[in-house]
Design a protein around this ligand. Structure first.
Ligand SMILES: [Fe+2]
Ligand SMILES: [Fe+2]
Length: 190
């Protein structure tokens, strides 16, 4: 029967020290955690805006986005904790309280998601620059997620531009977004 006989054997069994995330990658991941928290806050403000217009579907759609962004923030949080890196939580910036209509709300959403895509791509660059393969692979999920998010928002926005900021068309879009929100809430996607 095999048994460890001394400190040297135990050391061999444990193997070399774990590979830590490089400090610049840790800093960039902490920044992204904050951005995802801001995204969550931003969509909560948009959900409240939908409520203020009496557009229940839009309010629900943004509420699902709010929750989804929290799960993104938590993915970064869990990754940092799992890699034994220091989690640094900072202030979350205040999102706008007023918007210039439903079209404007979705234009701001698309602009925001495009900015997030750029920051995710920036993270991939930082990970690769430091030959941090684990972080690089971790980020692939986010790269794919951003393609999906931009496509969904773009599609909604192009139809909202046709419909405009009022009337029966907007009422129908609100119903459609309510159904999308219900489907996404059950599948966990948005
Ligand atoms: Fe996100
Ligand atoms: Fe997002």
């Amino acid at each position: 029967m095999w048994a460890p006989e001394g400190p040297s054997l135990v050391q061999d069994h444990l193997g070399p020290e774990p590979v830590m995330i490089p400090a610049p990658v840790t800093a960039a991941f902490n920044e992204q955690l904050n951005r995802e928290m801001y995204s969550s806050y931003f969509y909560l403000a948009l959900s409240a805006y939908g409520e203020s217009l009496g557009l229940r579907g839009i309010a629900k759609w943004f509420m699902v986005k709010h929750q989804e962004e929290l799960t993104h923030a938590m993915k970064f949080y869990r990754y940092l904790v799992g890699q034994e890196a220091t989690v640094v939580l900072r202030e979350i910036a205040a999102p706008p309280a007023r918007f210039g209509g439903v079209v404007d709300a979705f234009e701001q959403t698309l602009a925001h998601e495009r900015q997030v895509t750029r920051s995710i791509h920036g993270l991939v660059d930082v990970a690769r620059e430091h030959r941090d393969h684990a972080s690089d692979i971790f980020l692939h999920w986010f790269v794919t997620e951003q393609i999906e998010e931009e496509a969904v928002v773009s599609d909604i926005l192009s139809r909202l531009r046709l419909v405009g900021d009022g009337g029966e068309g907007l009422y129908l879009m609100d119903k459609e977004l309510e159904q999308m929100a219900a489907a996404n809430a059950t599948t966990g996607a948005a």
